[in-house]
Design a protein around this ligand. Structure first.
Ligand SMILES: O=C(O)CCC(=O)c1ccccc1C(=O)O
Ligand SMILES: [Mg+2]
Length: 369
């Protein structure tokens, strides 16, 4: 039993070690919130909100997330008693969408629940695989030598596959050069919706590169168009921005808009929904894998816990803390060995909050009682 006494919004500003450029935006710094939920015994659970400063990925932003948590989510949770975190979705069902806001709080609730049970979070959600294979996502680079160096480093470090961000015109020649240098690596691209169906002829050229998948080639609402495109491509389409709900996954599966789905806690509103979508995909033989949102340690730990479920069949984007941050906010940081993260066996997310680092990055704290 958890009676929710207090929610603390810690706003953090963390500069990325390297700017991350995709077809829509260049992210240099993350401003986000660590959500701390405290119960009647003074036990705290931690979640992380993953929205960006501007609404380029989905409609949510750092500020809409904070506002939604304060004005809409916390008021329905405050001083209520909860037996199991799955109750969160029913309690907040009247709040439409705002998935990243919900996922931040729901994640904290799951961490709190798992800590009270003395169990690792991944076990509490029903996960089994403690060894998560990870790949890297490499943003658009200023020139080819820089890109080739980054790929080389990632492979030398043991990462299991390489995902390249592409945009219109910054694609085929890039892939030609990369494939020439690395003929056999597991390679994929992510377009973040850079194309439309008028680009069909252009897009068909990617089949020659033997990619594992092309992630989100068209706009997020284009389920029908993605189905048309998938008919014409041998390369499997993976949907990312298109999938926010179980209904989205069912639509994509029914229309054959994709053959793979990328999962992220933020875009689907947390673990309960993610598990539902994961199960639906498993039922229809659609492999899923865990995407990333340039998370700091808490969000990274939560994503890793999600990726322990059995239908996560492809390497995740949630690599080592050090690839993103000079110093992460968890102890120990997420580390990768031979392309694998081994999940800790401690209760909850399994990593301690590094309070010194949290304070170092924190711009403000708001305590809601
Ligand atoms: O390294 C990561 O955390 C994921 C990199 C990535 O591709 C990404 C990063 C931020 C927002 C969206 C995406 C995406 O998967 O589209
Ligand atoms: Mg993506």
């Amino acid at each position: 039993m958890m009676t929710l006494k207090r929610l603390i919004l810690h706003e953090l500003k963390m500069p990325l070690r390297f700017p991350f450029q995709n077809s829509k935006e260049t992210v240099r710094e993350k401003r986000f919130h660590i959500i701390e939920l405290m119960d009647q015994d003074g036990v705290s659970g931690f979640g992380e909100t993953v929205a960006f400063e501007s609404p380029w990925y989905t409609e949510e932003t750092t500020d809409t997330v904070a506002m939604t948590i304060e004005k809409h989510i916390w008021p329905v949770l405050r001083h209520t008693t909860i037996k199991h975190p799955s109750e969160f979705q029913t309690k907040t069902a009247h709040i439409k969408r705002h998935h990243m806001a919900k996922a931040g709080v729901e994640g904290a609730l799951w961490d709190l629940y798992a800590k009270k049970k003395g169990r690792p979070l991944y076990q509490a959600i029903g996960g089994t695989n403690r060894h998560i294979e990870v790949g890297v996502a490499i943003g658009i680079q200023k020139d080819m030598p820089t890109l080739l160096t980054k790929i080389n480093q990632a492979i030398a470090e043991g990462y299991k596959r390489v995902k390249l961000k592409v945009s219109k015109g910054n694609d085929i020649e890039v892939l030609e050069t990369v494939r020439e240098a690395f003929p056999a690596i597991d390679l994929m691209v992510d377009a973040n919706g850079a194309y439309n169906l008028q680009d069909l002829k252009h897009l068909k050229q990617i089949d020659q590169f033997k990619l594992m998948m092309i992630e989100q080639p068209l706009a997020s609402d284009d389920f029908v168009e993605h189905a048309r495109l998938q008919e014409e491509l041998h390369t499997p389409i993976c949907l990312d921005e298109s999938i926010h709900t179980l209904a989205d996954a069912q639509t994509a599966i029914a229309l054959e808009s994709c053959r793979i789905i990328s999962m992220k806690l933020g875009k689907v509103g947390g673990f309960t929904n993610a598990i539902e979508i994961h199960n639906e995909c498993a039922k229809h033989n659609i492999p899923v894998w865990c995407g990333g949102m340039l998370e700091a340690g808490v969000g990274r730990a939560q994503s890793l816990a999600l990726a322990t479920l059995p239908n996560f069949q492809l390497p995740a984007d949630t690599g080592a803390s050090q690839r993103y941050w000079k110093q992460d906010i968890i102890q120990p940081e997420v580390e990768v060995e031979n392309g694998v993260v081994e999940l800790p066996q401690l209760p909850g997310i399994g990593y301690e909050i590094d309070l010194e680092a949290l304070l170092h990055y924190r711009s403000y704290e708001k305590s809601l009682g």
